[in-house]
Design a protein around this ligand. Structure first.
Ligand SMILES: [Fe+2]
Ligand SMILES: [Fe+2]
Length: 329
Protein backbone atom coordinates (compact mmCIF):
# COMPACT_ATOMS: atom_id res chain seq x y z
CA UNK A 1 0.00 0.00 0.00
CA UNK A 2 2.82 2.31 0.99
CA UNK A 3 4.52 1.71 -2.35
CA UNK A 4 1.32 2.29 -4.35
CA UNK A 5 0.67 5.56 -2.50
CA UNK A 6 4.24 6.72 -3.08
CA UNK A 7 4.05 5.74 -6.72
CA UNK A 8 0.85 7.72 -7.28
CA UNK A 9 2.36 10.74 -5.53
CA UNK A 10 5.36 10.65 -7.86
CA UNK A 11 3.05 10.31 -10.88
CA UNK A 12 1.04 13.30 -9.72
CA UNK A 13 4.19 15.35 -9.30
CA UNK A 14 5.32 14.41 -12.80
CA UNK A 15 2.02 15.29 -14.38
CA UNK A 16 1.96 18.62 -12.58
CA UNK A 17 5.35 19.46 -14.06
CA UNK A 18 7.10 19.58 -10.68
CA UNK A 19 10.77 18.95 -10.09
CA UNK A 20 10.99 15.21 -9.79
CA UNK A 21 14.44 15.35 -8.26
CA UNK A 22 12.93 16.16 -4.87
CA UNK A 23 10.87 12.99 -4.95
CA UNK A 24 13.56 10.92 -6.62
CA UNK A 25 16.07 11.52 -3.85
CA UNK A 26 18.12 8.70 -2.37
CA UNK A 27 15.84 8.59 0.67
CA UNK A 28 12.73 7.93 -1.41
CA UNK A 29 13.89 5.98 -4.46
CA UNK A 30 14.51 2.68 -2.71
CA UNK A 31 10.86 2.56 -1.70
CA UNK A 32 9.44 3.62 -5.05
CA UNK A 33 7.78 1.06 -7.28
CA UNK A 34 9.78 -0.14 -10.27
CA UNK A 35 7.40 1.57 -12.71
CA UNK A 36 7.83 4.84 -10.84
CA UNK A 37 11.60 4.51 -11.05
CA UNK A 38 11.30 4.16 -14.83
CA UNK A 39 9.25 7.34 -14.95
CA UNK A 40 11.79 9.12 -12.81
CA UNK A 41 14.84 8.01 -14.74
CA UNK A 42 15.09 11.36 -16.46
CA UNK A 43 15.29 13.28 -13.23
CA UNK A 44 18.02 11.27 -11.58
CA UNK A 45 20.54 13.97 -12.52
CA UNK A 46 18.39 16.82 -11.26
CA UNK A 47 16.61 17.40 -14.58
CA UNK A 48 13.17 19.01 -14.61
CA UNK A 49 10.17 17.52 -16.32
CA UNK A 50 8.40 19.77 -18.78
CA UNK A 51 6.14 17.06 -20.17
CA UNK A 52 2.98 19.05 -20.01
CA UNK A 53 4.51 22.01 -21.78
CA UNK A 54 6.05 19.95 -24.57
CA UNK A 55 3.01 17.71 -24.99
CA UNK A 56 0.60 20.65 -25.61
CA UNK A 57 1.13 22.95 -28.57
CA UNK A 58 0.51 26.71 -28.05
CA UNK A 59 -2.59 26.55 -30.26
CA UNK A 60 -4.00 23.66 -28.21
CA UNK A 61 -3.21 25.48 -24.97
CA UNK A 62 -5.00 28.59 -26.23
CA UNK A 63 -8.01 26.52 -27.23
CA UNK A 64 -8.10 24.85 -23.81
CA UNK A 65 -7.86 28.27 -22.13
CA UNK A 66 -10.76 29.59 -24.25
CA UNK A 67 -12.87 26.52 -23.40
CA UNK A 68 -12.10 27.07 -19.71
CA UNK A 69 -13.09 30.76 -19.97
CA UNK A 70 -16.31 29.82 -21.79
CA UNK A 71 -17.21 27.32 -19.07
CA UNK A 72 -16.49 29.95 -16.40
CA UNK A 73 -18.74 32.49 -18.17
CA UNK A 74 -21.52 29.90 -18.55
CA UNK A 75 -21.20 29.09 -14.85
CA UNK A 76 -21.59 32.77 -13.94
CA UNK A 77 -24.64 33.43 -16.12
CA UNK A 78 -27.68 33.95 -13.95
CA UNK A 79 -30.99 32.58 -15.13
CA UNK A 80 -32.65 35.61 -16.78
CA UNK A 81 -35.83 35.56 -14.79
CA UNK A 82 -37.11 37.75 -11.96
CA UNK A 83 -40.35 37.03 -10.14
CA UNK A 84 -41.22 34.56 -12.86
CA UNK A 85 -40.75 37.03 -15.72
CA UNK A 86 -38.21 35.78 -18.25
CA UNK A 87 -36.39 38.00 -20.73
CA UNK A 88 -38.00 37.56 -24.14
CA UNK A 89 -35.83 35.86 -26.75
CA UNK A 90 -33.91 38.62 -28.50
CA UNK A 91 -32.60 38.02 -32.01
CA UNK A 92 -30.69 39.93 -34.63
CA UNK A 93 -32.32 40.95 -37.93
CA UNK A 94 -30.93 37.76 -39.51
CA UNK A 95 -32.63 35.66 -36.80
CA UNK A 96 -29.47 34.72 -34.87
CA UNK A 97 -29.43 34.90 -31.08
CA UNK A 98 -28.59 38.31 -29.55
CA UNK A 99 -25.58 37.63 -27.31
CA UNK A 100 -25.44 40.88 -25.30
CA UNK A 101 -27.20 41.82 -22.09
CA UNK A 102 -25.46 45.20 -21.84
CA UNK A 103 -27.28 46.68 -24.86
CA UNK A 104 -30.14 45.62 -27.09
CA UNK A 105 -30.54 45.61 -30.90
CA UNK A 106 -32.74 48.73 -30.76
CA UNK A 107 -29.88 50.58 -29.00
CA UNK A 108 -27.45 49.84 -31.82
CA UNK A 109 -27.07 52.39 -34.64
CA UNK A 110 -25.19 53.51 -37.73
CA UNK A 111 -22.79 56.34 -36.85
CA UNK A 112 -23.19 59.45 -38.97
CA UNK A 113 -19.99 59.43 -40.99
CA UNK A 114 -20.89 62.60 -42.86
CA UNK A 115 -20.29 64.71 -39.75
CA UNK A 116 -17.82 67.59 -40.22
CA UNK A 117 -14.64 66.49 -38.46
CA UNK A 118 -12.78 69.79 -38.94
CA UNK A 119 -15.27 71.99 -37.07
CA UNK A 120 -13.64 74.05 -34.32
CA UNK A 121 -15.15 76.47 -31.85
CA UNK A 122 -12.94 79.55 -31.95
CA UNK A 123 -12.53 80.81 -28.36
CA UNK A 124 -14.23 84.20 -28.30
CA UNK A 125 -14.23 85.28 -24.69
CA UNK A 126 -12.09 84.88 -21.59
CA UNK A 127 -13.78 81.71 -20.28
CA UNK A 128 -13.61 80.04 -23.71
CA UNK A 129 -9.89 80.84 -23.86
CA UNK A 130 -9.38 79.39 -20.36
CA UNK A 131 -11.25 76.23 -21.39
CA UNK A 132 -9.24 75.92 -24.62
CA UNK A 133 -5.88 76.48 -22.88
CA UNK A 134 -6.80 74.00 -20.10
CA UNK A 135 -7.45 71.26 -22.64
CA UNK A 136 -4.27 72.06 -24.59
CA UNK A 137 -2.30 71.90 -21.31
CA UNK A 138 -3.88 68.54 -20.41
CA UNK A 139 -2.77 67.20 -23.76
CA UNK A 140 0.94 67.70 -23.02
CA UNK A 141 1.26 65.00 -20.30
CA UNK A 142 -1.08 62.75 -22.29
CA UNK A 143 1.16 62.97 -25.39
CA UNK A 144 4.24 62.38 -23.25
CA UNK A 145 2.76 59.31 -21.55
CA UNK A 146 1.19 57.54 -24.54
CA UNK A 147 3.25 58.84 -27.50
CA UNK A 148 1.81 56.99 -30.54
CA UNK A 149 0.33 54.06 -28.61
CA UNK A 150 -3.15 55.01 -29.81
CA UNK A 151 -4.90 51.80 -28.75
CA UNK A 152 -3.73 52.21 -25.18
CA UNK A 153 -4.38 55.96 -25.32
CA UNK A 154 -7.97 55.46 -26.48
CA UNK A 155 -8.62 52.77 -23.87
CA UNK A 156 -7.33 54.99 -21.05
CA UNK A 157 -8.92 58.27 -22.19
CA UNK A 158 -12.35 56.70 -22.69
CA UNK A 159 -12.35 56.04 -18.92
CA UNK A 160 -12.26 59.84 -18.52
CA UNK A 161 -14.52 60.69 -21.47
CA UNK A 162 -17.44 58.77 -19.97
CA UNK A 163 -17.44 60.91 -16.79
CA UNK A 164 -18.78 64.38 -17.88
CA UNK A 165 -22.03 63.10 -19.40
CA UNK A 166 -22.80 61.17 -16.23
CA UNK A 167 -21.98 64.13 -13.95
CA UNK A 168 -23.95 66.60 -16.11
CA UNK A 169 -26.90 64.21 -16.46
CA UNK A 170 -26.92 63.50 -12.72
CA UNK A 171 -26.82 67.19 -11.76
CA UNK A 172 -29.59 68.06 -14.25
CA UNK A 173 -31.63 65.18 -12.84
CA UNK A 174 -31.23 66.53 -9.29
CA UNK A 175 -32.04 70.05 -10.52
CA UNK A 176 -35.21 68.76 -12.19
CA UNK A 177 -36.27 67.18 -8.88
CA UNK A 178 -35.45 70.28 -6.83
CA UNK A 179 -37.18 72.74 -9.18
CA UNK A 180 -40.12 70.57 -10.27
CA UNK A 181 -39.10 71.24 -13.87
CA UNK A 182 -38.62 69.25 -17.05
CA UNK A 183 -35.07 69.06 -18.36
CA UNK A 184 -35.98 69.45 -22.03
CA UNK A 185 -34.50 66.01 -22.73
CA UNK A 186 -31.00 67.04 -21.66
CA UNK A 187 -30.74 64.50 -18.84
CA UNK A 188 -31.28 61.75 -21.37
CA UNK A 189 -28.95 63.34 -23.94
CA UNK A 190 -26.06 63.60 -21.47
CA UNK A 191 -26.60 60.13 -20.02
CA UNK A 192 -26.69 58.74 -23.57
CA UNK A 193 -23.35 60.42 -24.20
CA UNK A 194 -21.90 58.81 -21.05
CA UNK A 195 -23.21 55.41 -22.11
CA UNK A 196 -21.85 55.83 -25.63
CA UNK A 197 -18.40 56.74 -24.25
CA UNK A 198 -18.55 53.70 -21.98
CA UNK A 199 -19.27 51.53 -25.03
CA UNK A 200 -16.16 53.03 -26.67
CA UNK A 201 -14.28 51.80 -23.61
CA UNK A 202 -15.90 48.34 -23.66
CA UNK A 203 -14.81 48.09 -27.31
CA UNK A 204 -11.23 49.28 -26.78
CA UNK A 205 -10.72 46.99 -23.80
CA UNK A 206 -11.42 44.02 -26.11
CA UNK A 207 -8.31 45.04 -28.03
CA UNK A 208 -5.99 46.42 -25.34
CA UNK A 209 -5.78 44.89 -21.89
CA UNK A 210 -4.92 47.41 -19.16
CA UNK A 211 -1.79 46.71 -17.13
CA UNK A 212 -1.87 46.92 -13.34
CA UNK A 213 -0.25 50.38 -13.22
CA UNK A 214 -2.71 51.65 -15.85
CA UNK A 215 -5.61 50.44 -13.68
CA UNK A 216 -4.03 52.31 -10.78
CA UNK A 217 -3.70 55.44 -12.91
CA UNK A 218 -7.37 55.21 -13.96
CA UNK A 219 -8.36 54.95 -10.28
CA UNK A 220 -6.38 58.08 -9.37
CA UNK A 221 -7.48 60.08 -12.43
CA UNK A 222 -11.15 59.17 -11.91
CA UNK A 223 -10.98 60.23 -8.26
CA UNK A 224 -9.60 63.64 -9.21
CA UNK A 225 -11.48 64.22 -12.47
CA UNK A 226 -14.95 63.21 -11.24
CA UNK A 227 -14.76 65.56 -8.24
CA UNK A 228 -13.17 68.42 -10.21
CA UNK A 229 -15.77 68.18 -12.99
CA UNK A 230 -18.62 67.86 -10.46
CA UNK A 231 -17.55 71.12 -8.77
CA UNK A 232 -16.96 72.86 -12.10
CA UNK A 233 -20.41 71.86 -13.41
CA UNK A 234 -22.05 73.29 -10.26
CA UNK A 235 -20.05 76.53 -10.54
CA UNK A 236 -20.24 77.00 -14.32
CA UNK A 237 -21.97 74.52 -16.63
CA UNK A 238 -21.05 76.85 -19.49
CA UNK A 239 -17.30 76.35 -18.92
CA UNK A 240 -17.80 72.65 -18.13
CA UNK A 241 -19.54 72.00 -21.48
CA UNK A 242 -16.97 74.13 -23.32
CA UNK A 243 -14.11 72.09 -21.83
CA UNK A 244 -15.84 68.87 -22.91
CA UNK A 245 -16.33 70.36 -26.40
CA UNK A 246 -12.58 71.01 -26.65
CA UNK A 247 -11.75 67.59 -25.18
CA UNK A 248 -13.86 66.05 -27.95
CA UNK A 249 -11.97 68.09 -30.56
CA UNK A 250 -8.76 66.55 -29.19
CA UNK A 251 -10.37 63.08 -29.27
CA UNK A 252 -11.14 63.56 -32.99
CA UNK A 253 -7.50 64.51 -33.56
CA UNK A 254 -6.26 61.42 -31.64
CA UNK A 255 -8.54 59.04 -33.54
CA UNK A 256 -7.44 60.63 -36.84
CA UNK A 257 -3.81 59.89 -35.91
CA UNK A 258 -4.88 56.36 -34.89
CA UNK A 259 -6.38 55.90 -38.37
CA UNK A 260 -3.17 57.16 -40.01
CA UNK A 261 -1.17 54.50 -38.14
CA UNK A 262 -3.68 51.83 -39.14
CA UNK A 263 -3.42 52.88 -42.79
CA UNK A 264 0.39 52.95 -42.73
CA UNK A 265 0.55 49.53 -41.07
CA UNK A 266 2.25 50.87 -37.91
CA UNK A 267 -0.72 49.44 -36.01
CA UNK A 268 -2.19 46.13 -37.17
CA UNK A 269 -5.68 46.44 -38.63
CA UNK A 270 -7.12 43.49 -36.69
CA UNK A 271 -10.73 42.25 -37.04
CA UNK A 272 -13.31 44.36 -35.19
CA UNK A 273 -14.46 43.00 -31.81
CA UNK A 274 -17.88 41.29 -31.94
CA UNK A 275 -19.37 43.85 -29.54
CA UNK A 276 -18.43 46.70 -31.93
CA UNK A 277 -19.95 44.92 -34.95
CA UNK A 278 -23.29 44.64 -33.15
CA UNK A 279 -23.24 48.06 -31.47
CA UNK A 280 -22.49 50.08 -34.64
CA UNK A 281 -24.15 47.62 -37.04
CA UNK A 282 -20.89 47.06 -38.86
CA UNK A 283 -20.40 44.38 -41.53
CA UNK A 284 -19.30 40.99 -40.16
CA UNK A 285 -15.85 41.35 -41.72
CA UNK A 286 -15.30 44.85 -40.27
CA UNK A 287 -11.81 45.78 -39.12
CA UNK A 288 -10.38 47.97 -36.39
CA UNK A 289 -10.18 50.83 -38.92
CA UNK A 290 -13.98 50.74 -39.31
CA UNK A 291 -14.40 50.80 -35.54
CA UNK A 292 -12.08 53.78 -35.08
CA UNK A 293 -13.92 55.60 -37.89
CA UNK A 294 -17.33 55.25 -36.21
CA UNK A 295 -15.94 56.13 -32.76
CA UNK A 296 -14.44 59.29 -34.25
CA UNK A 297 -17.86 60.19 -35.72
CA UNK A 298 -19.38 59.74 -32.24
CA UNK A 299 -16.75 62.08 -30.78
CA UNK A 300 -17.62 64.71 -33.40
CA UNK A 301 -21.27 64.42 -32.34
CA UNK A 302 -20.30 64.89 -28.66
CA UNK A 303 -18.19 67.91 -29.63
CA UNK A 304 -21.19 69.58 -31.31
CA UNK A 305 -23.58 68.74 -28.44
CA UNK A 306 -21.27 70.15 -25.79
CA UNK A 307 -20.35 73.34 -27.66
CA UNK A 308 -24.09 73.82 -28.31
CA UNK A 309 -24.85 73.34 -24.59
CA UNK A 310 -22.18 75.87 -23.68
CA UNK A 311 -23.60 78.35 -26.25
CA UNK A 312 -27.08 78.04 -24.68
CA UNK A 313 -25.65 78.97 -21.28
CA UNK A 314 -23.63 81.77 -22.88
CA UNK A 315 -26.89 83.29 -24.15
CA UNK A 316 -28.08 83.43 -20.51
CA UNK A 317 -30.56 80.58 -21.01
CA UNK A 318 -30.94 77.15 -19.50
CA UNK A 319 -30.46 73.90 -21.38
CA UNK A 320 -34.16 73.04 -21.06
CA UNK A 321 -34.97 76.15 -23.15
CA UNK A 322 -33.53 74.40 -26.21
CA UNK A 323 -34.59 70.95 -27.36
CA UNK A 324 -31.96 68.36 -26.52
CA UNK A 325 -30.14 66.68 -29.42
CA UNK A 326 -31.61 63.22 -28.89
CA UNK A 327 -31.78 60.19 -31.13
CA UNK A 328 -28.20 60.00 -32.34
CA UNK A 329 -27.00 57.01 -30.30
FE1 LIG B 1 -15.14 58.23 -26.78
FE1 LIG C 1 -16.67 61.72 -26.84
Amino acid sequence: MKLIALSSEVRRALLNGQNCNRLGSAAVMPYAAAETRRLCVGCANGAFFFWRRTMTSPAEAKLQEKEKEKTEVEKNVVESSYWGISRPRVVREDGTEWPWNCFMPWESYHANLSVDLAKHHVPKNFTDKVAFRTVKLLRIPTDMFFKRRYGCRAMMLETVAAVPGMVGGMLLHLRSLRKFQHSGGWIKALLEEAENERMHLMTMVELVKPKWYERLLVLAVQGVFFNAFFLLYILSPRVAHRIVGYLEEEAIHSYTEFLKDLESGAIENVPAPAIAIDYWRLPKDAKLKDVVTVIRADEAHHRDVNHFASDIHFQGKELRDAPAPLGYH
